[in-house]
Design a protein around this ligand. Structure first.
Ligand code: AMP
Ligand code: GLY
Length: 427
């Protein structure tokens, strides 16, 4: 099978790498890809925004499955255009992608179908917003109602802070702001293959969204991740599938927008049970970089079955290992990343101990340079969470570029849990 992936980040590198190793896949193309992928895929210098050129290319190369990585092409309806030409697509329709693209749409569906999530109000003017903030109290969460690459959410600890952020958000766009009750707890990402009807959950992963250690600093696209998450046992997974994932998939089908692709459910494990923080219409980045190295089933087969509505009866096989990912980010990320810095060290070898997926790199004459906010996804593997973290940080120590930022506390919250419950290897 000839597969084409749309996207150019660490998530797409991990997808390309896994598909390259899938027995069902003969050729992997990536549009536009990045400099780190050339040994495992054909990097195609096309802009997916130039839709007619892309569609003609897909037909000419007889692509049999298209996998859309990022949210923007989904929200802009690229999957509908490709599907209309008769090519199976892994990625939801424009209408179904609103689960990610519009927080107010997602909240409205959850409310109408009784899916647990934080209390919320959509607000368009400052006075109403201030009223809600004072009624609910702080901490309180303010969200822009559009795609913001994980950076449109602010958790406000004081009233002054909340009022200021509200004013800023409402004056900067004509969109509305979603005001949400603050949920206390540990976060968990549970990604599932969904074929419109059937759901196949993957192993749980945990992202680290804040820039700095101990969850300080601004929200980012994600600074690191690990999988599986020891707190997610079979009983908790069943609750999440029964109360959240199956109901949302059923709701989307009933509303007339069947969901096809990877459904990313971001959860808060609160004292009152798991609640939805957000849905994303795609694989998570960097969750994908830790989930896929542990998948033993043929990813090409699963993605094709997802795209063609044939997931029923399929199962997933997982290795018993753990994977951890540390993101190396540019100086100035997330607000003003500085790029063009020379990267030194081993950023290519893939072995049983560690792997590096390229998130934002470019090749210049004879060396690699940084080309994005997130630069490299450094992944460690091990029999325990601790060992996978050791391997990831060991590899981080071998790579350098000026101004590099990374978190030193990836996985710590679960390490505490593992020690507290004396879990050697919970799988
Ligand atoms: P989102 O883009 O909605 O996923 O939000 C980004 C991050 O902000 C989440 O991963 C959480 O860490 C945090 N967050 C969002 N909503 C809430 C909430 N209602 N309560 C607590 N934290 C939240
Ligand atoms: N890691 C968060 C996301 O992909 O949205």
């Amino acid at each position: 099978m000839k597969v084409c992936i749309i996207g150019n980040g660490g998530r797409e590198h991990a997808l390309a790498w896994k598909l390259h190793h899938s027995p069902s896949v003969t050729d992997v193309y990536v549009v536009p890809g990045n400099a780190g992928m050339t040994s495992i895929a054909t990097v195609v210098n096309l802009d997916w925004k130039n839709r007619d050129t892309l569609l003609a290319w897909l037909l000419e190369y007889k692509i049999e499955l298209v996998v859309i990585g990022p949210e923007l092409p989904l929200v802009e309806g690229l999957s509908d255009a490709i599907r209309a030409m008769g090519i199976p697509v892994f990625g939801p329709s424009q209408q179904a992608s609103r689960l990610e693209g519009s927080k107010s749409f997602a909240k409205d569906v959850m409310l109408r179908y009784g899916i647990p999530t934080a209390k919320y109000e959509v607000c368009q003017d400052v006075e109403t917003g201030k009223g809600i903030i004072h009624q609910w109290g702080v901490p309180i969460v303010l969200k822009r109602d559009g795609l913001c690459g994980g950076k449109g959410v602010t958790i406000c600890e004081t009233f002054t802070d909340a009022e200021q952020v509200l004013q800023e958000m409402l004056s900067n766009s004509d969109e509305c702001v979603v005001i949400e009750e603050y949920m206390q707890g540990q976060e968990l990402s549970l990604l599932s293959f969904v074929d419109g009807k059937h759901v196949l959950p993957m192993i749980g992963a945990r992202d680290h969204k804040r820039l700095l250690d101990h969850d300080k600093g601004p929200n980012t696209g994600g600074m690191g991740a690990y999988a599986p998450v020891p707190e997610l046992d079979d009983a908790l997974e069943q609750i999440i599938v029964d109360t959240i994932i199956n109901p949302i998939v059923k709701a989307m089908a009933e509303e007339g927008y069947p969901y096809v692709g990877c459904l990313y459910t971001g959860l808060m494990l609160t004292e009152g049970g798991p609640k939805v923080v957000e849905f994303n219409a795609r694989f998570g980045d960097p969750e994908t970089q830790v989930i896929l190295p542990l998948l033993q089933s043929d990813l090409g087969d699963i993605m094709y079955a997802t795209a063609t509505g044939r997931l029923e009866g399929m199962t997933l096989e997982w290795s018993k290992e753990y994977a951890s990912c540390v993101i190396l980010a540019s100086e100035g990320y997330p607000h003003h990343p500085l790029i063009g810095r020379t990267i030194t060290g081993d950023i290519h070898s893939m072995d049983t101990r560690s792997r590096v997926f390229h998130s934002g790199t470019a090749y210049e004459t004879d060396h690699y340079v940084t080309q994005g906010g997130r630069v490299l996804s450094v992944v460690g593997l091990g029999d325990t969470l601790e060992e996978s973290l050791e391997h990831a940080y060991e590899r981080v120590g071998m790579i350098d570029f000026e101004g590099q930022q990374y978190r030193k506390d990836i996985g710590e919250s679960s390490l505490d849990f593992v020690y507290m419950h004396n879990i050697e290897n919970f799988r």
